[in-house]
Design a protein around this ligand. Structure first.
Ligand SMILES: Nc1ncnc2c1ncn2[C@@H]1O[C@H](COP(=O)(O)OP(=O)(O)OP(=O)(O)O)[C@@H](O)[C@H]1O
Length: 746
């Protein structure tokens, strides 16, 4: 609907009012910041003066003065940071103070409230909201409703009424570039315009165009745990980050960025998403990866494989002699059946008789084996094993103390009576040392009885694997189990921990009580959720018992054929009563042509919607000669670079191929970067990257390098190839040498 001159004038007037108020508040903050800076300099000057007069005579007095200086400085620093944040908020506001407006008439009221919606609140001295933060309760209507009946939930309950008009704005440098009234949730044309831009940086925010179904995930607090399934490009990561911003706003009195943790697939992805929250005016949450978390917990003794090394092995080692054994090993250890074996094993450790022994000192019984058993099975039975053993150890040591003391006293007396010593301190030391030496065996016995050795526990599982298979009612082939046993024990003997073994160790560690305190974490976000096994979810729930979880993934992007969730019910069943599964049903990233092409790779049809944005059909180009393929790749990179596409991803299947292609580009003077490890940093521009590290990322142009039947020759790689193709926003070119992969034949 076009907007007449009168309306334009009114809108411009309102914008001026908002800008003036924002400017006034910005000046206020700047003044406050300057004042704080001056005060800080003054405090530091005083501190230096005081340090100059430091003397040992008035040490304690000066120390307390020094501490008080430190407190003042800490306080000044905090206030300064806060004021700086506000300053940047107002600066942003002066560029673009709002992007939407709804006119809302509350039920049984006649006044029409004009609600302008922007990145943050702007409230004047009369407590009038000139602009509402997009996360404010009333703003949710902007995303949820078209014109007509609408409602929103706030502290007072549900407020209903009517939206009489809805408007969207593009304001830049304090000027309205365009605006339009819209009946749709967020106008499709505007969305298309946003999506057709080239991606020139890391991930960006979507505040101005959040869709209704996305908004419902962002604000959903009905359930403790949310599982969000969404096709490639449906905005899961964006939604996750905006949900964090929303939670930080809504619970600002009780939740800070330190209370939120996000698990990303790798550090590249962590880096890629790291700009979004600061853009939204919030601090970044704690970002980690499962691998990092696990490696920290498992310590340095073993050589630990990373998830990427595992992927590289799966994709590129099938000619190795041990390949089949390793794959069998991965399949068993990541299965739900194996999780049941582990549970049976833990139950066994908790309930089976232990070899406790009587503890005696000089023939006198301190505590009997039976009493220790009772402590383990009765008194401390509600604790996990590690905690039980720790408590038993402290208990025995406590009980020994009087015996030890009496013995020391006796020896002391004997030494005294011998007349050989005159120094009391020396006698005390000698008697204590004597008793300690004599009790050494007892203490060794106590340590052995209460030892908690994770690797030993893991070894024992494999030594007795048949027993636990029987317990968990699992049928097995003897030779197969024998090979798993030897494979695992040989690796442990060589100090090697494969990725799948690390996950089991971490699970056992947690289940047996050797777990870090994570109670400060109130929200856990798990992105690319399809790539974690049910056992890894047991670990998440074990680690973050009281936290609320948001789990976002796409089953069709399960890039690791063996380590994946399989089915959301595997997570849902862990905590059925307070978990809800939500679907995101529209894809935004790619052109229609790319989306349709990629979906064709899948066996099952996806009927989700997509934004109707057009581009060229993906090109699938075959070569009989590798040099010709490489030549064409080089030509195409140059061509698309010239066409001004900002990010070009050359996705190879493996890291080995990444290295090969990267050298090729260097030889041809193409300014490219490569990523080969999961702890590299994200790089914009021309990037060569292996398939499994590209997940979650996106590029204006994607070149799939060598989708031949020789390279992608396994049904297990279908979802990997799908994931690679869905990384493209505007252009997708696929090159292959020889015969095309059968995965693309559909
Ligand atoms: N409401 C929206 N408005 C504008 N852009 C959007 C919207 N939702 C998603 N996008 C864009 O779509 C692209 C895909 O989003 P995102 O990466 O969050 O999806 P995803 O579901 O996590 O993808 P994948 O699972 O394929 O990695 C991004 O460029 C994002 O900015």
């Amino acid at each position: 609907m076009s907007i007449n001159n009168y309306e334009w004038n009114l809108e411009n007037e309102y914008l001026q009012k908002v800008l003036e108020e924002a400017k006034r508040q910005l000046d206020e903050k700047r003044n406050a910041k300057e004042k704080l800076e001056k005060e800080a300099i003054e405090t530091q000057r005083e501190l230096w003066n005081d340090l100059g007069s430091l003397s040992s005579e008035n040490g304690l007095d000066q120390l307390s003065e020094f501490m008080s200086f430190m407190d003042t400085m800490k306080h000044q620093k905090r206030s300064h940071e806060f004021t700086k944040k506000l300053e940047s908020k107002y600066e942003k506001m002066l560029v673009s103070p709002y992007f939407g407006k709804i006119d809302f008439v509350e039920e049984k009221e006649s006044i029409k409230e004009k609600c302008y919606i922007g990145f943050s609140n702007l409230i004047d001295d009369d407590y009038d909201f000139l602009v509402y933060d997009w996360r404010a309760p009333i703003s949710s209507m902007f995303y949820d409703y078209e014109t007509g009946q609408a409602s929103y939930e706030c502290l007072d309950g549900i407020i209903s009424g009517e939206i009489t008009s809805k408007r969207q704005y593009k304001i830049n440098n304090g000027k309205i570039e365009y605006m339009f009234d819209s009946n749709l949730s967020i106008d499709d044309e505007m969305l298309q315009a946003l999506l057709s831009k080239n991606s020139d940086d890391k991930m960006k925010g979507i505040v101005t165009s959040i869709q209704r179904e996305q908004n419902q995930v962002i604000r959903n607090e009905e359930y403790k745990n949310l599982i969000v399934q969404g096709a490639a490009g449906s905005g899961k990561t964006s939604v996750a980050l905006h949900r964090i911003a929303y939670l930080l706003y809504k619970h600002r009195e009780t939740v800070t960025a330190e209370n939120i943790i996000i698990f990303s697939p790798n550090d590249i992805f962590n880096d890629y998403i790291s700009n979004v929250l600061p853009q939204l005016g919030e601090d970044n949450m704690y970002q980690t990866t499962f691998k990092d978390y696990m490696h920290k917990e498992l310590g340095n003794r073993f050589k630990k494989e990373t998830s990427s090394q595992m992927m590289e092995y799966i994709l590129d080692s099938n000619e190795k002699l041990t390949y089949k054994d390793r794959i069998k090993n991965i399949k068993l250890k990541t299965s739900v059946e194996f999780m049941n074996i582990l549970k049976a094993y833990i139950n066994d450790l908790e309930t089976k008789d232990r070899y406790f022994k009587d503890i005696t000192v000089r023939g006198e019984l301190v505590i009997s084996a039976k009493d220790i058993q009772n402590l383990f099975f009765d008194d401390y039975s509600n604790l996990p094993i590690k905690r039980r053993l720790e408590k038993i150890k402290s208990r025995i040591i406590f009980l020994i103390e009087p015996y030890e003391k009496a013995w020391i006293d006796e020896v002391y007396k004997e030494l005294d009576e011998s007349g050989d010593f005159i120094d009391k301190e020396e006698m005390k030391e000698k008697s204590t040392q004597f008793v300690k030496n004599n009790l050494n065996d007892v203490y060794v016995k106590i340590s052995q009885m209460t030892e908690f050795n994770l690797i030993k526990i893991y070894r024992n599982l494999f030594k007795n694997l048949n027993r636990f298979l029987n317990k968990a009612n699992i049928e097995y082939d003897k030779n197969f189990i024998y090979s798993i046993k030897t494979y695992t024990l040989d690796n442990l003997n060589a100090n090697i921990l494969n990725y799948e073994d690390q996950v089991i160790l971490l699970y056992l560690k947690g289940a047996l009580g050797d777990i870090v305190n994570t109670s400060q974490i109130k929200y856990v976000i798990i992105d690319e959720a399809q790539d974690y096994t049910p056992l890894q979810y047991e670990i998440f729930y074990q680690l973050f018992k009281s936290a609320k979880m948001t789990i976002l993934g796409d089953i069709n992007q399960s890039i690791n054929p063996f380590m994946n969730v399989g089915n959301y019910n595997n997570i849902y069943n862990i905590s059925k009563d307070d978990t809800c599964i939500i679907n995101l049903t529209k894809s935004y990233r790619s052109t229609m042509e790319i989306t349709k092409f990629s979906r064709n790779i899948l066996i099952e049809n996806i009927n989700d919607e997509y934004v109707e944005r057009h581009g060229d059909e993906p090109s699938v180009i075959g070569f009989t000669d590798k040099d010709c393929m490489n030549k064409k790749l080089i030509e195409d990179i140059k061509e698309y670079k010239q066409k001004n596409y900002k990010s070009i991803g050359i996705i190879t299947k493996t890291a080995r191929e990444t290295r090969e292609v990267y050298s090729l580009l260097k030889e041809n003077d193409i300014d490219a970067k490569s990523i080969e490890k999961d702890d590299d940093k994200y790089i914009n521009g021309i990037l060569v990257i292996p398939s499994y590290l590209a997940k979650g990322l996106e590029f204006d142009v994607v070149f799939i390098y060598d989708a031949s039947n020789r390279n992608y020759n396994n049904e297990d790689e279908r979802l990997l190839l799908y994931t690679c193709c869905t990384r493209a926003l505007h252009v997708l070119n696929i090159y292959y040498l020889g015969e095309i992969t059968s995965l693309l034949k559909k």
